[in-house]
Write a protein that binds this ligand. Sequence first.
Ligand code: FE2
Length: 279
Amino acid sequence: MNSILFKNLCLRYIKFSFPKYNLNIMSNNKCTVLTEPILFSKDFLFRQFFDPVSSTYTYLLADINDKTAILIDPVIEWAERDKTIIQELGLTLKYAINTHMHADHITGTGRLKCLLPGCQSMISRSSGAKADILLNPDDQIHFGRHNLIVLPTPGHTEGCVTYVCNEQGVAFTGDALLIRGCGRTDFQGGSAEVLYKSVHSKIFTLPSNYRLYPAHDYSGRTVTTVAEEKALNPRLSKSLNEFVDIMNKLNLPYPKMIDKAVPANKVCGLYEVHEEQKL
Ligand SMILES: [Fe+2]
């Protein structure tokens, strides 16, 4: 048997034996970026919302049978919208969660706690922010029968985490990994070297067909995959030294919202916020 035929037979075996973890589709010795998607299970609700001012994505996840919901990275100006949708769908918000202490918008977690009593806020312990529940590495966040695992992915900030749902094949990467980009590393304890190691050891080691949902996108893109970013991310597909050099030369302006957003986000977004916004 010639070697190409043997290889094709092996790939066919892998593809049909392990469909969920099917890695890159190979052809002609080349690795493509296309992968077979893992479909959401029938009892998993997923909604992606957008704040056009800060280009922030907020994610609503829920157990459709149990009606328990969580929100990832809510924005204070959209807390009423989030509350309305949650109530319209008959869901109960269990947790309002942040991937990190944001510098470009004020989190909606504090306001949502007021609007939807019973909801608890969550952020990583290493973020330095206050919340009802401070998350440690490898903690699990349960909502109904579903769960997210907390992976520490520092580098954009010291306290950045990625939330992974293995059953659904998705990860919420915050600003650690953006679509064809990454968060800046020059504020809030950021480090290009740390970020590179986080992404390569924690996100790029996930199965290639996992879908990645970032905290922002500035070009209208909504989702990517591990395979795509490993191959196509113009920064993180490079060597560590090249990446550090790219990040050091970005020369970005001082973040417009940082002096307002960071003090507010240290306390769930309710620092010096008008009383009527809290209620
Ligand atoms: Fe950020």
